[in-house]
Design a protein around this ligand. Structure first.
Ligand code: HPA
Length: 274
């Protein structure tokens, strides 16, 4: 496959711009079972990934594979219903490609969500966690290769990968909604298998509170290109070895389904504050 440079990014963005007069200010990436937010967009145009130049199709159950441009809580947004995981075989630059397209469309900020396993034993399935920071344990990075100085600098700073300001906004809104909002470090692994109990103990020692198979590549690309980032995890299950039961994608989907109204209310209230 050819490398995805500014030419491909702008071509994908131009295709999308041709389908809607809206100029999105915020990008949203919805994790497993959380794409329901897309149903709450007003005046949405729904664009299947396969119709967008250079977009691959997402292959995971619970991920629809469409890009929506519409209004949410009065703000123009571009929303990914379904994302590209590296465990599907996509390279990190492909995983990050839609984020760069969002930037090219005019987005200034990114809200990224995911389903994650709880590593912190004080968490419970169904908890929402604002991501304070991440550990990139995928062994991959979308910023590897020649740097496009138009997108960002060669050595981007990651001291505040997840915006302090937006994290404070999320906490403040959670209080007004009577919602317990956790905050913690997300460890991003390649997957696709769930971790072993030994790996989960290791992750806890390393300072992780939650573990998942997405988000880090997208956030690296977002920060590289100057987007302000807020990340929210839905703790869909306790990570391996914590409870005496096997992990399954069915449990992940069931839990996200159960907490989606809380999740929706939180996100809808945060959007105007971006
Ligand atoms: N591990 C990794 N990824 C996940 C998990 C988990 O326990 N739950 C949801 N995504």
């Amino acid at each position: 496959m050819q490398p995805l440079t500014a030419v491909q990014i702008n071509e994908a963005a131009a295709y999308i711009t041709g389908l809607t007069p809206l100029k999105p200010e915020i990008g949203l990436i919805m994790g497993s079972g959380l794409g329901v937010l897309g149903d709450h967009l007003e005046d949405a145009v729904v664009i299947p990934y396969e119709s967008i130049p250079y977009f691959p199709v997402s292959t995971v159950e619970g991920h629809a594979g469409e890009l929506l441009v519409g209004s949410l809580s009065g703000r123009p947004v571009v929303l990914m219903r379904g994302r590209f995981h590296m465990y599907e075989g996509y390279g990190p630059e492909l995983t990050a490609f839609p984020v760069r397209v969002m930037k090219s469309l005019g987005a200034k900020a990114l809200l990224v969500t995911n389903a994650a396993g709880g590593v912190n034993t004080s968490f419970e399935p169904g908890d929402l966690m604002v991501i304070s920071d991440h550990l990139n344990l995928t062994g991959k990075n979308p910023l590897v290769g020649p740097n496009d100085d138009e997108l960002g600098v060669r050595f981007p700073d990651m001291s505040e990968a997840y915006s302090k300001r937006l994290r404070a906004v999320a906490r403040e809104i959670a209080v007004t909604q009577g919602l317990t909002l956790r905050e913690g470090v997300y460890a991003g692994l390649l997957g696709p298998n769930y971790e072993t109990p030994a790996e989960i103990r290791m992750l806890r020692t390393l300072g992780a509170d939650a573990v998942g198979m997405s988000t880090v590549a997208e956030v690296l690309a977002a920060r590289h290109t100057g987007l302000e980032v807020l990340g929210i995890s839905c703790i869909s299950n306790m990570a391996a070895g914590i409870l005496d039961q096997p992990l399954s994608h069915a449990e992940v989907i069931e839990t996200t389904e159960r907490v989606k109204s809380q999740f929706l209310a939180l996100v809808k209230a945060i959007i105007p504050r971006f």
